[in-house]
Write a protein that binds this ligand. Structure first.
Ligand code: B16
Ligand code: MG
Length: 222
């Protein structure tokens, strides 16, 4: 297998934890509309697009399309209100060091997020200059777990998919990255055990250790 030349990062749950803001926004909409919703339900929305998230909240109930879109907009307005609090201090532990090491190692860096707000989140985190390519919720028609987004980001970075490592916190994201043909690092929670490498977070792992892991696999399996 070829060496690694790019890292592609999911955003929510990997670079920062906007899941709490998504939760608060969905909870407010759910309360207003009498939909049952809990923190546990929110965990299942990680990496899931806004439209698919609302479909899950509705649990099979159908709405006219204009109402559906109005509810998505209302949730997003609540979410954008919370984003105003986001600062570079909200980068997850180890993220700043890990990105600096990756850049110093000559790796190309990209984002692959289901969020239509990804550019704004990255700007608020002070990372706009860090990523050469940002794939967001507008980049492709089929969101995670379809492979399209990570193929799109790797294409933008001009690297073959098999030379890219995707860092993901959600099952849908690991599924998408694997389907794309990328190598995968699963971070944190349950549901990412099918990643090539599973870590609690980026807080202590050196970039060199990630590269060594995939280099060893290349030697063993290649
Ligand atoms: P938006 P990621 C995902 O981000 C979130 O995990 C998920 O909860 C959210 O519904 C989705 O983005 C869409 O976000 O409403 O801002 O377009 O993990 O793919 O970076
Ligand atoms: Mg995520």
């Amino acid at each position: 297998m070829p060496p690694i030349s790019a890292f592609i990062f999911d955003l929510d749950g990997v670079i920062t934890d906007t899941a709490e803001y998504h939760y608060l926004a969905w909870q407010r909409l759910a309360d207003e509309e009498g939909l049952p919703f809990s923190r546990e339900d929110n965990e299942h929305l990680r990496g899931v697009s806004r439209r698919d998230s609302l479909l899950r909240l509705l649990k099979g109930r159908t709405l006219p399309e204009d109402t559906f879109e109005a509810w998505m907009k209302r949730k997003n307005d609540y979410y954008l209100g919370h984003l105003e609090q986001l600062t570079p201090a909200d980068r997850l532990p180890g993220v700043t060091r890990f990105l600096e090491e990756a850049a110093a190692a000559g790796l190309k860096l990209g984002i692959g997020s289901a969020s239509k707000n990804a550019h704004q989140v990255i700007a608020r985190l002070g990372l706009a200059a860090t990523f050469a390519v940002i794939g967001d919720g507008y980049a492709v028609a089929h969101s995670k777990p379809a492979p399209d987004l990570f193929i799109w980001v790797a294409g933008g970075l001009q690297v073959p998919v098999e030379e890219a490592v995707v860092f993901e916190d959600a099952a849908a994201g690991v599924d998408a990255a694997r389907a794309a043909g990328c190598r995968t690092v699963g971070l944190g929670r349950a549901g990412i055990d099918h990643a090539d490498l599973v870590l609690p977070d980026l807080a202590t792992i050196p970039v060199a250790a990630v590269l060594a892991h995939f280099a060893a696999r290349t030697t063993t399996h290649g």
